[in-house]
Design a protein around this ligand. Sequence first.
Ligand code: ADP
Ligand code: MG
Length: 325
Amino acid sequence: MPLIQLLSVTKNYLDNIHSGVSQINLEIEQGQIVSIIGESGSGKSTLLKLIYGTLVPQTGQVFFNGVQIMGPDEKLIPGHNHMKMVTQDLTLNIYAKVYDNIAGLIPNINLTEKRELTLQTMDFLRISHLADKRIVDLSGGEQQRVAIARAVITEPEVLLLDEPFSQLDAILKKQLRDDVQRLAKYLNITVIMVSHDPVDGLSIADKMIILKEGKIICDGLPKTIYQNPKYAYVAKLLGKANVFINSAITPDKNQAYAVYPHQIVLNRDSKGIPAKVKNVYFSGNLDEVEIVYENLKITAYDYLNQNFKQNQPVWFSINHFMEVN
Ligand code: ADP
Ligand code: MG
């Protein structure tokens, strides 16, 4: 039995079928890291709240361990007892110390245990050195860690994260992704995280769900979805893909194809299809090169730092085409 199961769940706001989510079928196994990806407004937070039980489906059912989840009207404390949700507004006590913010969630039944558990949780999230600092004196990434520590200290079975990475820089994102992975692995917590940036989910998720306009359009392993995107939309969302429709340079003119920028090889020496350099963006280890071929703008990565310049002639070849709808 899956830990969490959604059966044809629909939740629209104010009877507007273009809001919320529609006809969601989803199964999540215990211990999985699930990444829900979608543009702003695609229904990610709605889906998370339906799982947490703070929103009730209009039709369909949500099950936790085979038992239907109760809605907020049927519960004294909102949210499922075995789940914890961390959202962007972190609800920390900003003038209290880190230690007290975390310890405050544990009842005063056994003070030694309370202290030990708090120290352990801070250690696990690598915030022990911040114990005596006030929340207001922490960086965004540190605050995010405290919020997650608060969520996991009560040992939930499921941790729901609503855009936990959105305000973090690249290095902090990587650290937090690592934390989430350790939570799932060592504490055996099922993690469902929501993001508008697919990079957050590609590396650590066991299962990736792509939402578009309130519907699940892809559900599977991140690598499989990335390598075989069903839709042009998905390829664009996951990897800045170029889309070719009715193009003479593709294997079949009646089929649409997506091509990631790394699947295009650029040459300076008349090898391949002739085009013109439109823009070059230096990105450290590679140059992102925008070229124009017949009225089509194509993005390619130049890993060889061939030093392309605007308006120069360029030749390209495509080494992989992905059929898309
Ligand atoms: P996401 O988290 O992906 O940005 P949401 O789940 O918050 O998306 O919202 C999905 C859609 O439902 C959006 O079009 C949004 O405007 C609409 N929506 C969300 N919450 C409400 C609400 N309380 N009342 C009316 N419409 C809402
Ligand atoms: Mg949201």
